[in-house]
Ligand binder design. Structure first.
Ligand code: GUN
Length: 278
């Protein structure tokens, strides 16, 4: 069994753009609403990665009582500001904010999270048009590629159908000619699907959703989950201790997909800047 070391690869990828970044001097703007501890931790990691890559980082903090209009106005201001090359709005947002409208407001050329319908739609066409792909799916593909894990012709089972992970990673796997099954909360008998997987990608947010009896020997496991267990420790959606005994490759939590999301964001930011300056 090999651990898919997202932490190490992330550092390597971030270091690989330093030179380009020094030429382009990109700026990333991050909008954070409220004080959700997980969001604050993610944003801190993004800031550190920017510092390492030589990307200027600007953070805009708002309290949870911000209105839809105030948030949209901030996005528009950053759209108009030529010194800002990339912009992300950290999710989740408070319940009174209508997220699709916020994402739609971001200039697709600055949408380094790859959440805008324009970027998602382009990705749908083929891997060639994955120009600003969503950060987490993009990070997963880079991790599999780095370890030379073949995708073409493989049975890929994705558990979770969110717009930011499940749906786009299913599309990216299809772009690479996998046979893709996307499971979700309404899937009947999840185990019959996961047991067929050559590559199992889980993005649900439920501790120990995937147990050893649900996977076959030699499976490649990518765990996108980020949960706290009863002892307060970070854990994924997969019972790592038991499933790792059957897996050929598996991502740890933390240190697997999380850092790869950050690396993909950095690469998208440099790429977006390059495009804008062409
Ligand atoms: N919340 C969880 N993951 C992400 C992400 O990749 N980007 C943003 N903006 N918010 C998130």
């Amino acid at each position: 069994m090999t651990i898919l070391d997202g932490k190490a690869l992330s550092t390597q990828l971030i270091d690989s753009v330093k030179e380009k970044s020094a030429q382009l001097s990109p700026t990333l703007a991050v909008i954070l609403v409220g004080e959700n501890p997980a969001s604050m931790a993610y944003v801190r990691n993004k800031r550190r990665a920017c510092e390492r890559a030589g990307i200027e980082y600007q953070e805009f903090n708002f309290s949870t009582d911000i209105t839809q209009k105030e948030l949209l106005d901030k996005v528009e201001e950053l759209n108009q500001d030529d010194s800002i090359n990339g912009m992300i709005v950290q999710l989740p947002l408070p319940d009174h904010i209508y997220v699709p409208e916020v994402i739609r407001a971001i200039n697709p050329k600055k949408d380094v999270d790859g959440f805008h319908a324009y970027n998602l739609g382009k990705m749908f066409l083929s891997s060639e048009f994955e120009d600003l792909p969503p950060a987490t799916p993009s990070g997963i593909v880079k991790l599999l590629d780095h370890y030379d894990i073949p995708i073409q012709g493989k049975e890929v089972v994705v558990v979770g159908h969110s717009n930011i992970v499940g749906k786009p990673i299913s599309t990216m796997m299809l772009n690479r000619d996998a046979t893709v099954t996307t499971c979700h909360i309404f899937t009947q008998d999840l185990a019959t699907h996961t047991q067929r997987a050559d590559i199992l990608i889980v993005a649900v947010g439920k501790e120990k959703l995937i147990t050893a009896d649900m996977v076959k020997d030699g499976v490649v496991v990518v765990d996108v989950g980020m949960n706290r267990n009863s002892e307060g420790k970070l854990c994924g959606d997969v019972d790592f201790e038991e499933v790792s005994k059957k897996a050929s490759y598996i991502t740890p939590v933390p240190g697997g997909v999380g850092p790869m999301t950050v690396a993909a964001l950095i690469l998208n930011t440099v790429h977006a800047t390059e495009r804008q300056k062409q």
